[in-house]
Design a protein around this ligand. Structure first.
Ligand SMILES: Nc1ncnc2c1ncn2[C@@H]1O[C@H](COP(=O)(O)OP(=O)(O)OP(=O)(O)O)[C@@H](O)[C@H]1O
Length: 261
């Protein structure tokens, strides 16, 4: 198995609070990797460190064998990591298609002058970007809403649109922050299928999710954080059996039943 991302000894503090304490984990190419833990465990902080929103006090990230620049979101996207957000962050007044096109522009080679001058090359590139954006809307199952302003989409469709926009940057690693939050059972089942398709198509997925059943069914391996420390990293069946995890996160019998369901 080839390692795609290695986090080594990540520490992140906010004043006196240690949000991440010496967190190391390894994500392999082609897997769906879960990051779970109780509220406030440090999951989103890890995402923010990984995607360059926060600079850790200690530690390093190695992606595809190269050190990832810390605190540089644009460089992280260029390196091949894309994310969605816990609280959806779309361009609310832009159409679904325009949102995905915005993701593509990060990868676009046309320079601003050629766009302004509307050169033949820039026009052709724009046509390809529009075409590819439409394909991605189709891929996530919302192409019929291409011309709908994104704030008018249902919650589930907004989440799918966020995924399409992230995929438009052509990532090798797609980091999803609670993609099933607020979804009903049907939407969650469709999301599961979509994540499986994405993985099948060669994109590695990192998933923060509170829906234990979804995580256990979808992830190849997962790490569990508790108070900023990694307390387990294993396949779902082992994590479910881990006493520290049961105590910290699953909260005993009721949740265990949920996890096993
Ligand atoms: N920008 C910030 N400033 C100060 N404290 C922060 C900041 N971001 C996160 N924290 C704190 O760091 C800790 C970890 O928060 P984080 O959001 O990473 O947890 P989480 O596991 O994602 O939780 P949840 O499941 O509730 O989203 C919490 O105690 C939180 O209050």
């Amino acid at each position: 198995m080839i390692t795609l991302l290695e986090a080594r000894g990540i520490c992140k503090r906010f004043g006196g609070l240690t949000a991440l304490s010496d967190v190391s984990l390894t994500i392999r190419k082609g897997e769906v990797y879960g990051l779970i833990g109780p509220n406030g465990a440090g999951k989103t902080t890890f995402f923010n460190v990984l995607t360059g929103a926060y600079v850790p006090e200690e530690g390093e990230l190695v992606f595809n064998g190269s050190e990832l620049p810390l605190g540089k979101p644009h460089k992280v996207v260029e390196a091949g990591i894309a994310r969605t957000f816990q609280n959806i962050r779309l361009f609310r007044d832009m159409t679904a298609l325009e949102n995905v096109m915005a993701g593509h522009h990060i990868r676009s080679r046309a320079n601003p002058f050629s766009i302004l001058l509307q050169t033949k090359h820039a026009k052709e590139e724009e046509r390809l970007i529009t075409e590819r954006a439409f394909e991605l809307l189709k891929y996530v199952g919302i192409e019929r809403f291409a011309d709908t302003v994104s704030k008018n989409l249902s919650y589930g469709d907004q989440r799918r649109l966020e995924i399409a926009r992230a995929l438009a940057t052509e990532p090798q690693l797609l980091a999803l922050d609670e993609p099933a939050a607020g979804m009903n059972a049907t939407e969650t089942a469709r999301l599961r299928d979509l994540v499986q398709t994405i993985r099948h198509d060669g994109v590695t997925v990192l998933l923060i999710e509170h829906d234990v059943k979804l995580v256990m069914g979808l992830c190849d391996r997962l790490a569990v954080l508790d108070f900023g420390k990694k307390i387990a990293e294993d396949v779902p069946a082992e994590v479910q059996r881990n006493d520290a995890v049961i105590a910290a996160y699953l909260g005993g019998h009721a949740a265990q039943k949920g996890a096993a369901a």
